[in-house]
Write a protein that binds this ligand. Structure first.
Ligand code: IPE
Ligand code: IPE
Ligand code: MG
Length: 251
C-alpha cells in the first residue's frame, strides 16, 4: 500500500483561517495492519508510531493549536501481557527518542491519563522526559496514555470534591466551564474534529466530555497507512461540514 499522492497537492484547497483548533485521533488498526503482513502486533504498533510522527509534522506545518493522540486506553490492559508490556516499553522509548526534536519544534508535550495501574517510577520517568517541553508555546501535543473518558470525569469529580472541602462555594458556582478545568485537558479548546482510523464506528471512551460537539471523521485506512495526505483529506472534509451546535441560523 505504497502512498504516492503528495499532501502538498491538497494544500491549496485548505482554508488556513478555518482550521480546527484541536484534533483528536483514535489511532486504530495497528494489529490488523500487522496481521495482513503476518507479523506480530507490536510490529504494527511500531509502524503506527511513524504515522504519528507524520501527523505531528503536518500539525506543526499548518499551525494547529492542539493534537490529541489516543495511545493507550484504560481498557487496553485487557490485552495479552506481552502486548501490554511491549506497548509500555515502546511508549517510554519513543518519548526518550523523540523529545529533543519535539522540543526543538516548540511543541508542548502533555501526557494525559490516569496514574492508576501504572508503575509510579515508570510514570515519573516518562513525565520527566515530557517536562522539558512544558514551557513551549507551539503545538500542544497531548498523548492520551492510560486514558479513559469515564475515568477522567470521575477523577475530575474527585479533584473537585477535594477542593470543595476547603472552598465549599466551588460547588454552588459549578457550571460546565469550570467543571472542565478539572479535566486533564484544562485550559485547552475542545476538539473540533475527531478522527478514527480502521473503520470502527465507535468512540471507545475517548474524550467523552470534550467531544460533545466534535465532528467525526472515520476512515477505513489502518493507522500505520495514515499520513499527511490522509490528514489533509480529513481536514478538508471537516471544512465542508456545517456545524450548528444545536442552533439554527436565522434566514
Ligand atoms: C490501535 O491499534 C493501537 C492501540 C490500541 C494501542 P489496535 O492494536 O487496536 O489494532 P487492531 O484494532 O487490533 O487492528
Ligand atoms: C481505542 O482502540 C484505543 C486506542 C486507540 C489507544 P481499541 O482498539 O482499543 O478500541 P476497541 O476495542 O476497538 O473499541
Ligand atoms: Mg483496535
Amino acid at each position: 500500500m505504497a502512498k504516492t499522492a503528495d499532501y502538498k497537492e491538497l494544500l491549496p484547497q485548505l482554508d488556513r483561517e478555518r482550521l480546527p483548533q484541536h484534533v483528536g485521533i483514535i489511532m486504530d488498526g495497528n494489529g490488523r495492519w500487522a496481521a495482513q503482513r503476518r507479523r506480530p502486533r507490536l510490529y504494527g504498533h511500531r509502524a503506527g508510531s511513524k504515522a504519528l510522527r507524520q501527523v505531528v509534522e503536518l500539525g506543526v506545518e499548518l499551525g494547529l493549536r492542539c493534537l490529541t493522540f489516543y495511545t493507550f486506553s484504560t481498557e487496553n490492559w485487557n490485552r495479552s501481557e506481552s502486548e501490554v508490556s511491549g506497548l509500555l516499553k515502546m511508549f517510554k522509548e519513543l518519548m526518550i527518542k523523540e523529545i529533543t526534536e519535539l522540543h526543538r519544534q516548540n511543541i508542548n508535550v502533555q501526557i494525559i491519563g490516569s496514574e492508576h495501574e501504572l508503575d509510579p517510577q515508570y510514570l515519573k520517568d516518562v513525565r520527566k522526559v515530557a517536562a522539558v517541553s512544558h514551557h513551549n508555546t507551539g503545538l500542544i501535543l497531548n498523548l492520551a496514555f492510560n486514558y479513559g473518558g469515564r475515568r477522567e470525569i470521575v477523577e475530575a469529580v474527585r479533584k473537585l470534591v477535594q477542593a470543595a472541602r476547603i472552598k465549599p462555594e466551588l460547588l454552588d458556582k459549578l457550571d460546565e466551564e469550570n467543571f472542565s478545568n478539572y479535566l486533564y485537558t484544562a485550559g485547552q479548546p475542545d476538539p473540533d474534529l475527531i478522527i478514527r482510523t480502521s473503520g470502527e464506528l465507535r468512540i471507545s471512551n475517548f474524550l467523552l466530555w470534550q467531544s460533545a460537539y466534535a465532528e467525526l471523521y472515520i476512515t477505513e485506512t489502518l493507522w500505520p497507512d495514515f499520513g499527511k495526505y490522509e490528514m489533509m483529506q480529513a481536514l478538508l472534509d471537516y471544512q465542508g461540514r456545517q456545524r450548528r451546535f444545536g442552533g439554527r441560523k436565522k434566514a
